[in-house]
Design a protein around this ligand. Structure first.
Ligand code: GUN
Length: 282
């Protein structure tokens, strides 16, 4: 029987655990606040931002919203980040990506105080993750590790194949699987024999950004499949990078889209906010 990995349920459990922890911290006078910065009004970004603020409210974290216009200058955004860096009441800073094309995302990520880098994108956070020091882990890959662990999937010694090498998902995912003692292969657009490499995987994580790209021919019998993609198909229905119906029977466990990886990203962002207060809050 295939196990459908329920990201909605697992993320709700994590949020409930965090809610209790935050309540206990509040009782000691420790308040947590997240600055949420959105530039422009990209509809997908607005949905993500709204969900992040809702999660804050549920858990008991104050969210401080900054919505600045699409045509703001890079300097205006950097000044806002600096204001949040200096504000002792703010524990985490989230700048929703993507930024408008006239802005330099790298420069903005660099400007965030690493002690408030709850997205885990700053080079200091990336370095700490690679070394294995305490710090902020990037939310989507960290959420996937949590999904695997809480679904009883052993990572140690397994053949793990990651398809995609973005800074947000693929690269950090490979590092976190390595930290869990997986044997990790990272594939990308230049990989030869992609199908053959994927069919070696005990755990296959797909983040290619192409709808239903992975069919049954890429999947080993009994593999665990994690689908990071999210797309709207021709019937306006959500689907992932994996052809769920075509591969499901072949897998031992698989994440659905929606309701798999997506909800975990926000739960891990909330965890990083709590972590920030614990590591660096006064
Ligand atoms: N855009 C897509 N994913 C993310 C994320 O995890 N964090 C931020 N800040 N922007 C995103």
């Amino acid at each position: 029987m295939t196990q459908i990995i329920d990201g909605k349920k697992i993320s709700a459990e994590i949020k409930d655990e965090l809610k209790q922890e935050v309540a206990a911290m509040k009782a000691e006078g420790k308040e947590i606040a997240l600055a949420v910065i959105q530039v422009g009004e990209d509809p997908a970004s607005s949905v993500y931002v709204r969900n992040k603020k809702k999660a804050c409210e549920y858990i008991g974290i104050t969210s401080v919203s900054y919505e600045i216009p699409e045509d703001s200058t890079q300097q205006e955004l950097l000044d806002l980040v600096e204001k949040c860096n200096k504000d002792p009441k703010i524990n985490g800073i989230l700048v929703q990506l993507p930024l408008p094309p006239h802005m330099d995302e790298d420069a903005v990520i660099h400007a965030i105080d690493p002690k408030k880098d709850v997205d885990g994108f700053h080079p200091v956070s990336v370095g700490n993750m690679v070394i294995g020091n305490d710090g902020f882990l990037p939310c989507t890959p960290a959420g996937i590790i949590e999904l695997l662990k809480r679904s009883g999937v052993e990572i140690g010694g397994k053949e793990c194949v990651v398809v995609g090498r973005s800074n947000i998902v693929g690269k950090p995912m490979s590092m976190l699987l390595l930290r869990e003692n997986g044997t990790v292969t990272v594939c990308h657009s230049r990989t030869r024999n992609l199908r053959e490499v994927c069919s070696r995987a005990d755990i296959l994580v797909v983040a290619v950004g192409r709808p239903k790209f992975i069919d049954a021919s890429y999947v080993k019998e009994g593999a665990v499949i994690i689908d990071v993609g999210i797309h709207r198909n021709e019937n306006n229905k959500l689907c992932g990078d994996v052809d769920f119906d075509a591969v499901k029977e072949k897998t031992s466990a698989i994440t659905p889209v929606p309701g798999g990886v997506g909800p975990m990203t926000i739960a891990m962002l909330m965890k990083n906010c709590v972590q920030s207060k614990k590591l660096f809050g006064e």
